[in-house]
Design a protein around this ligand. Structure first.
Ligand SMILES: [Zn+2]
Length: 220
């Protein structure tokens, strides 16, 4: 399971809204999150009133077992060199502790699961299969890491659908239809709500977006 917390923002426009911030992104359970990451929208919330974006700058762990990826993602691409070294050192300790603990559990046979700490949720065999932990700075570096593993068909695809209607009701209806379509096809959406145009971006793998376009073509 991925883990996230809810944050409350006060937008410069005055709107107060909630957004999710992930500390653990597990793509095995939430496949669409790979594309939220690739779209640069992980831990980014959009004000429902004015469309301004607010990013929550916190580190998270990205796990994508299908591609044997495990990464600690520091939010800042411009972290100074000494801060990077410190983070790497700390993480190496945590990772060593985790694998050591599981080796002990292996030797002890059945683990009782009550030895506290943050790593007990992994079984010993899971720990053995743990891919090497990579450390990246900034979402762009993470996207690069993921894209290196993905086939062209599995890379990020996007499609924009828009309406020029200024009616709130019509825009709401447009939003509901596109959201339903996105859910059916396993895609995510992002809304751009401008005075003269209302745009819904759908994104997922190129394969999913291609299927979605074919679906739209048959519906006419
Ligand atoms: Zn706002």
């Amino acid at each position: 399971m991925s883990r996230s917390t809810t944050h409350t923002f006060t937008c410069p426009c005055g709107q107060v809204f909630n957004g999710q911030a992930y500390e653990y992104v597990n793509v095995a359970d939430d496949a669409h999150l790979r594309y939220v990451v690739l779209a640069g929208l992980i831990n980014v919330s959009t004000c429902p009133n004015c469309g301004r974006r607010a990013a929550i700058s916190m580190p998270f762990v990205y796990s994508d077992p299908a591609y044997n990826l495990l990464a600690y993602v520091h939010p800042r691409a411009d972290a100074p060199e000494d801060a990077r070294l410190l983070i790497l050192e700390k993480l190496r300790d945590v990772y060593m502790d985790a694998t050591k603990l599981h080796e002990q559990q292996d030797k002890a046979g059945e683990s009782s699961g009550n030895n506290g700490g943050r790593v007990v949720s992994l079984s010993a065999s899971e720990a053995k299969d743990m891919p090497p932990l990579k450390v990246v700075f900034g979402l762009e570096q993470l996207s690069e890491l993921i894209n290196n593993e993905l086939s062209p068909e599995d890379r990020l695809g996007r499609l924009a659908l828009s309406t020029q209607s200024r009616s709130e009701a019509e825009r709401g209806q447009f939003h509901d239809i596109t959201r339903k379509l996105a859910t059916e096809m396993g895609c995510c959406i992002e809304v751009e709500d401008m005075p003269d145009e209302y745009t819904v971006w759908l994104y997922g793998s190129r394969r999913q977006v291609g299927a979605l376009m074919r679906e739209l073509a048959t519906r006419g």
